[in-house]
Design a protein around this ligand. Structure first.
Ligand code: UDX
Length: 447
């Protein structure tokens, strides 16, 4: 099938590449001509494992094309996906201007029956608004309103695993109002449903809500285990054992129960805030969502407070190394990353901060530049030279496998604040480290 995609950001690009891999002919549109030129030369503007080989292959085959205007797209596309950003406004509400702009372009472009697919995460009710807007425009062009159907098809892509998540999904959710559109969506996803992946069809509002509910549920699980972690620290229990204990109950499951410095990224904070804004709009309760955000904030503060407490309340003049800036491993994305808050606070409190990240360092430089007190390192061992403490903030594999003997020799004092429970406290104690982690006894509390 011929498919168009508006927006070559993270979601649009992954969607385009994967739909081409599923056998469709895809044209991706973005008004950013520099980005389109980069993509036309076979380069991906984002870091995502597995993306570039598919991009190269389908560009060479001609099954994936990049254009800077919708006018350059084939007129007989069966579906056009809207995959543009919905950034958070000041009060947490999603800014829909890019989505509505894309809807207008589509309404001006189409001349035959087209399914418009809202892939962007939009508040409940928005797909209906897009539909009205497109159909009204068609009418004003003297065309039938029935020329377009708008469906909701949220994405559940994890950064770093997006290709896998798209091509081997737990489920595909589609919100639909018309049978004709349902058939088109079934055809688009047939290569996946044929392999046993389920397509769940529902009404528009439920589909939109599913996306927010999924992310809010996952975020709340993280805050839940982080709150339990604090209680474990207070009572002398070990959150890693508790996680095993509760996670083996099949009703609970083991995933998304890792205690740490909390969640970040472009989705959880934004989507929880947007759902809270929806709750305000409808005067509905959002107490669990509020608590989720509050615990997540508290978790970062608690981690920093532990470091300050270790140094008797003052970080002035202390050399602190931060390992990991990305909001999670396998991505260079630092949006809402816990490390940003922590680095800012360390600098404000007068510490000298050395930072390392395997790939997110350039982004960190864009944020902190050459602020006094900060230094950037491409080598994790050089970063710990002379440090009074090491704070591990992102659980990159390279840190898990680090030569801790070398780290110990390089540091001024062998002190590790492990914000992702990467190291075992007893092993660290035996190796001569002072080690603090989340929800477990610190090494100095072990007999
Ligand atoms: C998330 C959703 O997983 C995805 O389905 C949705 O479409 C977009 O948002 P992503 O933001 O890429 O994906 O990251 P994810 O892997 O879900 O992790 C989010 C954050 O939670 C990271 O900061 C991670 O470190 C943290 N996390 C995750 C924990 O602190 N503990 C956990 O157990 C799991």
């Amino acid at each position: 099938m011929k498919i168009g995609i508006i927006g070559t950001g993270y979601v649009g690009l992954v969607t385009g590449v994967c739909l081409a891999e599923m056998g469709h002919e895809v044209t991706c549109i973005d008004q950013n001509t520099a980005k389109i030129q980069l993509l036309q030369s076979g380069q991906a503007p984002i870091y995502e494992p597995g993306l570039e080989p598919l991009l190269t292959r389908h560009s060479a085959l001609g099954t994936l094309q990049f254009r800077s205007s919708i006018a350059e797209m084939a007129e007989d596309a069966a579906a056009i996906f809207i995959a543009v950003g919905t950034p958070s406004g000041a009060d947490g509400t999603a800014d829909l201007s890019f989505v509505l702009q894309a809807a207008d372009q589509i309404a001006d472009f189409i001349t035959r029956y087209t399914v418009v697919v809202a892939k962007s995460t939009v508040p409940v009710g928005t797909t209906r608004v897009i539909m009205e807007r497109i159909q009204a425009k068609l009418e004003s062009r003297g065309l039938s309103r029935k020329l377009a159907d708008v469906v909701s098809n949220p994405e559940f892509l994890r950064e770093g695993k997006a290709i896998e998540d798209f091509l081997q999904p737990d489920r595909i959710v589609v919100g639909i109002e018309s049978q004709q559109a349902a058939r088109v969506m079934e055809q688009i996803y047939e290569p996946l449903t044929k392999k046993g992946h389920s397509l769940i069809v529902m009404d528009l509002r439920s589909s939109e809500m599913t996306k927010y509910a999924a992310n809010a549920m996952l975020a709340s699980r993280i805050s839940f285990i982080n709150e339990i972690a604090e209680l474990c620290e207070a009572t002398g229990a070990d959150v890693e054992k508790v996680r095993l204990g509760i996670g083996s109950d099949h009703r609970i499951g083991p995933f998304f129960l890792s205690a740490g410095v909390g969640y970040g990224g472009s989705c959880f904070p934004k989507d929880v805030a947007a759902l809270m804004a929806t709750a305000r709009e409808y005067q509905a309760s959002s107490s669990i969502l509020q608590a989720t955000v509050e615990v997540n904030r508290r978790q970062r503060k608690r981690f920093l407070a532990k470091v300050a407490e270790y140094f008797h309340g003052s970080l002035e003049g202390k050399a602190i190394t931060v390992w990991g800036v990305a909001f999670k491993p396998d991505t260079d994305d630092i949006r809402e990353a816990p490390a940003l808050d922590l680095i800012k606070s360390l600098l404000n409190e007068g510490a000298a901060v050395s930072i390392h990240d395997p790939i997110a360092l350039p982004h960190a430089k864009q944020v902190f530049g050459d602020r006094p007190g900060i230094r950037y390192f491409n080598d994790p061992y050089e970063a710990v030279q002379g440090a009074h403490a090491l704070m591990l903030v992102t659980d990159w594999d390279v840190y898990r496998k680090a030569d801790m003997d070398l780290v110990k020799k390089s540091m001024n004092k062998p002190v590790v604040f492990d914000g992702r429970n990467v190291f075992d406290p007893v092993q660290m104690k035996n190796a001569g480290f002072h080690h603090y982690s989340i929800g477990r006894k610190a090494s100095w509390e072990h007999e």
